[in-house]
Write a protein that binds this ligand. Structure first.
Ligand code: APR
Length: 253
């Protein structure tokens, strides 16, 4: 990325009082996790994720959907946060108020050290009962896939938001409120194709926030952003944070 950082961007990073960040799969791309709309790899290459991530797909073939998420959980656990995740930790440490709103279910933001996180689409590490929707902490790994709840016998499923399902209401309400109150909003690594997350930057813009987009490709947000960086999150974010605060937390392990 050769673009110098405009002075106004550095000023907004330094002087913002309420910073909101929306991340998508692009933030985890440099950790080796494929983005949602990137071609699936390996044995999953002949499945369309949007056809697996639905309640109907799970009821049609519980084992297939469970195994796909078990595969993604293994990949997430083997992945490591990248410089983009760590730069967001540093930004959080410098901002007066900071909220990270993520569509990602891989848990890498928390592993990098981010504190104030709203997981709009759930988390691969959380499992819940299919019928009642309540999370379970443990289950018998008796080789049955998907496993059943030892108390109620219900099928267990990943505690993530599938297509056609409602987002967690508390997190969504908080995300709307954070977007409305932000004076700096960064949209990083998201195609801005999936609602309601994609509307958050627009809400922030209408409320007067300075909006920055970081994405190698143009998206529907690009036209409303005050500044677009056509680059990788793992490259751009550390540069922004270093220019604004003189540091960025390197990977710590
Ligand atoms: N740095 C920044 N952005 C990147 C990088 C990178 N290194 N690599 C790819 N991108 C961008 C792509 O250009 C794309 O715009 O990341 C975006 C990823 O888009 P999607 O795969 O659509 O992922 P996301 O926006 O998170 O999808 C939103 O939709 O499929 C559902 O629930 C799923 O949470 C997901 C939601």
């Amino acid at each position: 990325m050769t673009k110098t950082i405009p002075a106004e961007v550095v000023e907004h990073l330094r002087n913002a009082v309420r910073v909101a960040v929306l991340t998508g799969a692009g933030v985890s791309a440099e950790s080796g996790l494929p983005t949602f709309r990137q071609a699936q790899t390996g044995l999953w290459s002949h499945y369309d994720p949007t056809e697996l991530a639905t309640p109907e797909a799970f009821l049609r073939n519980p084992r297939l959907v469970w195994d796909w998420y078990a595969y993604r959980r293994r990949m997430a656990r083997e992945a490591h946060p990248n410089p983009a995740h760590y730069a967001l930790v540093t930004l959080e440490q410098h901002a007066a108020n900071f909220t990270l709103i993520t569509q990602n279910i891989d848990g890498l933001h928390r592993r990098a050290g981010s504190q104030s996180i709203l997981e709009l689409h759930g988390n691969l590490e959380r499992i819940r009962r299919f019928d009642s929707g309540t999370d379970v902490e443990t289950w018998d790994d008796d080789g049955q896939t998907p496993p059943r709840c030892p108390q109620t016998g219900e099928l267990l499923r990943p505690s993530v938001v599938w297509f056609g399902e409602a987002l967690p209401q508390q997190e969504l309400r908080m995300a709307y409120s954070v977007a409305e109150q932000s004076d700096l909003f960064l949209a990083v690594g998201t195609s801005a194709l999936v609602q309601p997350a994609a509307s958050l930057p627009l809400i922030a813009k209408r409320a007067g926030a300075y909006v920055i987009e970081i994405n190698p490709e143009e998206t529907s947000l690009s036209v409303i952003a005050d500044c677009c960086f056509r680059g990788k999150a793992g490259v751009v974010l550390p540069i922004l944070v270093r220019q604004a605060f003189g540091e960025t937390e390197e990977a710590v392990g």
